[in-house]
Design a protein around this ligand. Structure first.
Ligand code: FAD
Length: 492
């Protein structure tokens, strides 16, 4: 048997990689090494879930005084101190990165602060010039934001950049309609930025339940976000000093407007390694003919797997159209000694999923217990304002499969209705007509993410509508409606 430096070499110190490395070392007693070329903790901790959620919390305070005053308080909102918040945020992220480093160290994982690529089926080449061999290699390199292939796109920022802004822009154009675009639209609006959002599709949050996303779009508009669907940008450039139009650039001259339009409409996306000069206002022309100047433009137009220039194809690993590493149900690639988990496989790109895939990998490869990852009925949240919690099938997807009954209610929640606010919440169950199983649950409400975690347990257990009905309501709450809806709104 070949003598390797390690039993396992993990490439990528994010959610999935760190969990797999420390469980393989700590629980399975494997000799493990891990390479990380940026910061430990990865996307979730450094430039995703964690800093974003802290920004959600920060942004929600802007509405507090209004509501509190209706309850008899005498509060004024004051102003938001971005640099004070950002410095606390950085301190917190430094602390968390240290926690991740310590977790690895305390589990006996050897770490390399380096970029790693594959040299052969058992060998990793590090950017330090070293090579290391391992019986098994795990690729957990995550993904990165992409910019549209549009001249001057480097004048825009991507989600990674938000957390490093020196000052908050006064106005921003957000391009995209996915959860990251919508969350940042709400966050920045809450922090006092004038937000315009363009999405080329007919409705934001594609893939989620139609009624739920419709309500969120309406609430975002009601709160003052200028959301334009069916709209895209066709041209952008640095704004002239008087903000009246673009400063002509070399790339404008090299490419006619119609060619530029075709490119942005294709939304193909290019690698985000063009860190251009992003200071100064940006002039934008959109498909609706409007020309406007924004202090910043944020591209939230998708993410691609980090799989390029890693020597994958040379070793025989197969990748898909977007660069995702193709794996079987046990996360094994086309090469027996190499596995891949998390966003780089582009299955379900969420932190808890990457972690589960990491743990299932350790069971399979190190504990003689082949474990396939269960990707069904994953609860998730969209941290817009209002928030959405969702699990299972949307009404539209369920209807494609079988006949369903839809139970749905929308109302003004007590807390803000008392303050005269127009906010509405939505509670919805999609139920199989044949066997009464709850196929999907969709909640739009403050703290919907907290609610859906618990509904997710029941639905994962196969709860029927009658199981929900048998459960006594918790009163007075918003979520009690989920167990008190008696009559289907429609059968479809
Ligand atoms: P990552 O966490 O991306 O880790 C990959 C690591 O590999 C990175 O640290 C990278 O630097 C490193 N790396 C890459 N290439 C190499 C190389 N060649 N050599 C060495 N190291 C390398 N998910 C949720 O569940 N809830 C949320 O609310 C949520 N919000 C999000 C908000 C934003 C703005 C973003 C961008 C993502 C969000 N996500 C959320 C998604 C979540 O962050 C990812 O699904 C998760 O981080 C994926 O984990 P991973 O281990 O696959 O990759």
């Amino acid at each position: 048997m070949a003598d390797y430096d390690y039993d396992l070499f993990v490439i990528g110190g994010g959610s999935g990689g760190v969990r797999a490395a420390r469980v393989a070392a700590g629980e399975a007693g494997a000799r493990v090494a891990l390479a990380e070329d940026d910061r430990y903790g990865g996307t979730c901790v450094i430039r995703g879930c964690v800093p974003k959620k802290l920004m959600v919390f920060a942004s929600e305070f802007s509405g507090t005084a209004d509501v509190a005053n209706a309850y008899g308080w005498n509060m004024t909102s004051g102003s938001f101190d971005w640099s004070g918040f950002r410095s606390r945020l950085n301190t917190e992220l430094d602390r968390l990165e240290d926690v991740y480093r310590s977790l690895l160290k305390n589990s006996g994982v050897e770490t390399f602060d380096a970029r790693a690529t594959l040299k052969d089926k058992h060998t990793v080449a590090l950017s330090t010039g070293e090579t290391k061999t391992a019986k098994t290699i795990l690729i957990a390199t995550g993904g990165r934001p992409v910019r549209p292939d549009l001249p001057n796109a480097d004048l825009g920022i991507v989600s990674d950049d938000i957390f490093h802004l020196d000052t908050l822009p006064k106005s921003i154009l957000i391009i995209g309609g996915g959860y990251i675009a919508c969350e940042f639209a709400c966050i920045l609006h809450g922090l006092g930025v004038q937000v315009t959002q363009y999405y080329r599709g007919a409705q934001i949050l594609r893939g989620f339940d139609d009624e739920a996303r419709g309500l969120i779009a309406e609430a975002m508009r009601d709160r003052g976000i200028e959301l334009h669907t069916g709209t895209n940008i066709v041209q952008m450039g640095p704004a002239s000093d008087d903000h009246s139009g673009p400063v002509p650039t070399a790339s404008d001259a090299a490419m006619g407007a119609s060619a530029q339009q075709e490119e942005i409409m294709a939304y193909g996306g290019v690698k985000d390694d063009a860190q251009g000069d992003r200071t100064g206002p940006v002039w934008v022309k959109s498909t609706n003919g409007r020309e406007q100047v924004f202090d910043a433009v944020l591209f939230a137009t998708g993410r691609d797997p980090n799989s390029t220039d890693m020597g994958l194809e040379e070793v025989g690993i197969e990748v898909g159209r977007r660069g995702e590493i193709l794996v079987d149900e046990y996360s094994k690639t086309a090469v027996d000694s190499v596995y891949a988990i998390g966003d780089v496989t582009n299955r379900v790109n969420l932190t808890p999923v990457a972690i589960r895939e990491g743990m299932a990998f350790v069971e399979t490869a190190f504990k003689d217990n082949p474990t396939a990852v269960d990707h069904s009925l994953i609860p998730s949240a969209v941290f817009t304002q209002p928030e959405m919690g969702t699990v299972g099938l949307s009404e539209e997807d369920a209807r494609e499969k079988e006949e369903v009954e839809v139970y749905c209610t929308s109302f003004r929640p007590m807390r803000t209705a008392f303050a005269g606010k127009p906010d509405r919440v939505l509670m919805k169950l999609v139920v199989s007509k044949a066997n009464r199983t709850v196929l999907g649950c969709h909640i739009v409400a403050p703290d919907a993410g907290e609610m859906i975690q618990l509904a997710g347990v029941a639905i994962k257990m196969g709860a029927t509508k009658e199981d929900f009905d048998r459960t006594v309501a918790v009163h007075p709450t918003m979520s009690e409606e989920i167990v008190t809806m008696r009559t289907p709104m429609r059968t479809a």
